[in-house]
Design a protein around this ligand. Sequence first.
Ligand code: LFR
Length: 476
Amino acid sequence: MRLVTAIHCVAVDLGASSGRVIVGSWSRDQLALNEVHRFPNQFHSLGDNDYWDVPSLWSEVRSGLLKARHGFSRLASVGVDTWGVDYALVDIAGRLVFPVHAYRDPRTKAGLRRLAARGLGAVYEETGVANVFYNTSLQLEETLRTFPAIKRLADRCLFLPDYFNFRLSGRMVNELSIASTSQLLDVSGTGWSAAALRRFGVPRRWLSPPVKAGTLLGPVLDPLGMRNIQVVAAPGHDTACAYDAMVASPDGSDIYVSAGTWSLVGYESEVPLLGRKALKAGISNERTGYGRYRPLINVVGLWLLEGLLTDFAVRPRRRSDWNALITAAEGRAAPQALLDVDDPAFANPDSMREAIDAHLRNRGCRPPSDLAAYLRLICDSLGRGHAAAVDVLERLSGRTFKRILIVGGGAKNRLLCQATANASNRPVVALTIEGAAVGNLAAQLIALGAVGDLASFRENYGRQVPQRVYRPCHGG
Ligand code: LFR
C-alpha cells in the first residue's frame, strides 16, 4: 500500500544510558523521524545492589507521549522497546511487589559460579543463550532463593517493555524477542523451556506464552487521554529492533553491529547456532520479534566510554563537541596495547578509568594521559573486539560475511567505524539512524497494515537511509 496521507506512530525506546520518544511518519513509502523527547537514564546503587528508577522512567514515557500528541494531531499507535533481561514482578493488579534490579547488579555472581560448577552445557542446549551473570534466569533464581515468599506475592513476571505495555494498555503479555534474552525460552520453539524454568526454580504461572511482535494490545488506557492510539507489541528488545532496521542485503551476506552501551555483533538466521564451540564463544541465540534467530555475541561496547566520561566529569552534548573529541582522539598515537574487551573487570567497576589503568598496568603498559587518548584506546580495542566476534561467527556458521552494518550511537563515531573496518578487513556501512526506534516503528507499520512485511520495509527504507562506508585502510 502506498500511503499518501502520513500515518504517525510513536516509538518509545529505552536504553540503559538514555531514552527517547520518536514519532515516525510514514507516507509515500518513506519514513520521517521526529525526536520529541530525550532523557538520560542510569541505574542507582543502594547498599550492595543496583536498581532502575521505574517511576521516573514511566514519567518520562508519559512526557514523551504528551509531547508527541501535542506535535501530531493523529497518532495511530505506540510501541515500546528497552534493553534486555530486566523485569518487574507484579501482583495480579500490576502492582510492583519487588524492586526492579538493574542487570549489572552483582547479586547473581554466586549463582553463575554454581551453574558453572554443575556444567554450563545443559542450560545452553535448552535455551541457546550464553551464560552471563546478568541473565534473567540467574536474577530470578537469586530473588527466589533470598526471598522465598516472593513465589506467593508475585503473580506475573513482565520484562520491562511488557511492563510499560501493561501500563499503557492494561494487558499483561510477554513478547517473544525480549523473552528470548532471559535464558528461559526453549531454543527449539517459541515457548518457555520447562527444563530451564525447573533449573532456576521459576514458577511457570509467572510467564505467559510469548506473543509475536505486531500483536495489538488495545487502545491506550483512559487516564492517559489518548484512547484512539493503539498499543502495539513492538519487538520489546532494543537489539531486535535495531537489527530489524538493518537495511541488509537479502542474500544474508551482511553481519550487524548494534553499537550502543553494548556492541551486539550478530546475524539473522532460520536456525540457531549451538554446540560446544558456540557455547565457548559466548553466542546467544536471541530471537527476532517474528520468531527467527539472532545468533550474536555481546561485546562490552561504549559502556567503557560512558564510565570514563563520568570519571573525567565531562559529557559532550552537541554533535560538534563529539566531533572535536573524536578529532583529538584520531590525532593520538596508536595505543601500545589494546584492551581485552572480555575482561569482566569492565562489567560494573566503581571507576572505569581505574579499571582500564589497572588492566593496562597488569600487562606492563602505561595508561593514557588524557580523555582523547582513552577514546582512541577504546575505539581501537572495540574495533578489534568486533572483528574477533565477526570472525568467530563466520567460522562457526559457515557463512561468509562481506559487509558489517553498524547502527546506534557507535555508527556516528568515525574512529570506531574505521577501527572496525581495519581490524576486520571488511567494509563497514554506518547507518546513522536511531536503529532501535526504526525497527520499533517498522513493527507498528506492519501491524497496522501500512507496510507488507519487514523485507519490504527494509527495501523501501534502504533507499532513503543515510549510509557512510568505511573501507579497511592499513596505512597507519
Ligand atoms: C543492549 C542490550 C543487549 C543486552 C543488554 C543487557 O541495549 O539490550 O542486547 O544483552 O542490553 O540487557
